[in-house]
Design a protein around this ligand. Structure first.
Ligand code: NAD
Ligand code: UD1
Length: 332
């Protein structure tokens, strides 16, 4: 089986590449390197012994994409490529719609042209919007109360994939709704590159621990949660990568949707405490007001992934913290 990973040098794509290569699959990566580095290929080789074929192509470059697809004879595409900075998407909505939606449409057209009919898409828990419940399930209505263009691109792409499935019943489509990916590869060689301006909790904790930021701003301590701070379902990136392998095994015609989370929620202050325990250092923080658009608590209902994919997470928050600290010690 030959698999193309779009966005393959990125955080989640690179970890998935490692899992797939270790299982003996032939993997090729496509990326425009907008938010990742070419050196990731050497790290993948260091871990697996295999340097995957790499295509430096932008999904908006239709001719370049068609060439890769025509020559690749892929059995499956895992589509990670996309821009993901929530704040930036509010400033530059057209860029996000063009890149994420335009890129996906180009990809689907190219797949159709060259008879590739299996795709796994990286969606997000953000499509649930505000359901008024904490535990969210795949069959809930989506798209209501999404607070930013980034989130809306994920919702819109899900809808596009459903339409494509109606028109092309031979397509096998899996939508994976990721909860909050954290952690790094245990080797310390791969992780979330903390170079860009982070909005998410874990990259900010990393920047505070290295002294690049002086403190973490905790967005609100008046939610109805264990300690008043926001609670999320943090999934170790290696478990998340394994979730793709599990989904790949069970692909069938039509659209299948799965949450990929742990089914547990952890608060911001619990994350801070876990980081402090793993690093042995205090992490300076300050409680500030709530962030606009934030929910108090949201976590995955994981029954469908258990039942249909036989997928359960194995790694803990403690593992994620230890692996993140190890990664920080390796980063050049
Ligand atoms: P990432 O930025 O590390 O990886 C995405 C990769 O896509 C990058 O290497 C980037 O250079 C590439 N890319 C972007 N636009 C491209 C284009 N037009 N052509 C070619 N390559 C392009 O992000 P990640 O955390 O690995 O996320 C992977 C996917 O999962 C994204 O679609 C993201 O929206 C989704 N997701 C991520 C999270 C998260 O918190 N990390 C949560 C939910 C969903
Ligand atoms: C955010 C995005 C969501 C996106 C997801 C993954 C918003 C409103 N939501 O979700 O659309 O899909 O990232 O990219 O931006 N926190 C702090 N201080 C910080 C950063 C975060 O206290 O500096 C808290 C948040 O309030 C939240 C938790 O940490 O309770 C996790 O935040 P974050 O990592 O941004 O993820 P989400 O809020 O789940």
């Amino acid at each position: 089986m030959k698999i193309l990973l779009t966005g393959g040098t990125g955080y989640i794509g690179s970890h998935t590449a490692v899992e797939l290569i270790n299982l003996g699959y032939e993997v090729e990566l496509l990326d425009n390197l907008f938010n990742s580095k070419i050196t990731v290929l050497d790290k993948i080789e260091e871990i697996t012994g295999v340097k995957p074929v790499f295509h430096k192509v932008d999904l908006l470059d239709r001719a370049g994409l068609d060439k890769v697809m025509a020559e690749g004879h892929y059995d499956l595409v895992i589509h990670f490529a996309g821009m993901k900075a929530v704040g930036e998407s509010v400033e530059k909505p057209l860029k996000y719609y063009e890149n994420n939606i335009g890129g996906t449409i180009n990809l689907l057209n190219s797949m159709k042209k060259y008879d590739v009919s299996k795709i796994i898409f990286s969606s997000s828990a953000t499509v649930y919007g505000d359901q008024g419940v904490e535990e969210v399930k795949e069959d809930m209505q989506t798209g209501i109360g999404i607070t930013n263009p980034y989130g809306r691109t994920k919702f819109m792409i899900e809808e596009i994939l459903k339409d494509v499935s109606v028109a092309n019943p031979e397509f096998q489509i899996v939508i994976l709704r990721y909860f909050n990916p954290v952690g790094a590869h245990e080797s310390g060689l791969l992780g979330e590159d903390p170079n860009d301006i982070p909005n998410n909790l874990m990259p900010i904790i990393m920047k505070v621990s290295t002294g690049e930021l002086d403190k973490l701003k905790v967005y609100g301590d008046d939610y109805d949660t264990v300690d008043g701070t926001g609670m999320r379902d943090y999934i170790h990136v290696v478990d998340l990568a394994r979730g793709h392998v599990a989904a790949m095994m069970k692909m069938e015609e039509g659209v299948s949707i799965y949450n990929l989370g742990t089914g547990e929620a952890t608060s911001v202050l619990q994350m801070v405490a876990a980081f402090e325990k793993a690093s042995g250092k205090k992490l300076p923080y300050e409680i500030v007001g709530r962030r606009a658009g934030d929910l108090g608590k949201i976590y995955a209902n994981v029954e469908k992934a258990w039942r249909e994919l036989d997928f359960k997470t194995e790694l803990t928050i403690e593992d994620a913290m230890n692996d993140t600290i190890n990664y920080l010690e390796h980063v050049e």
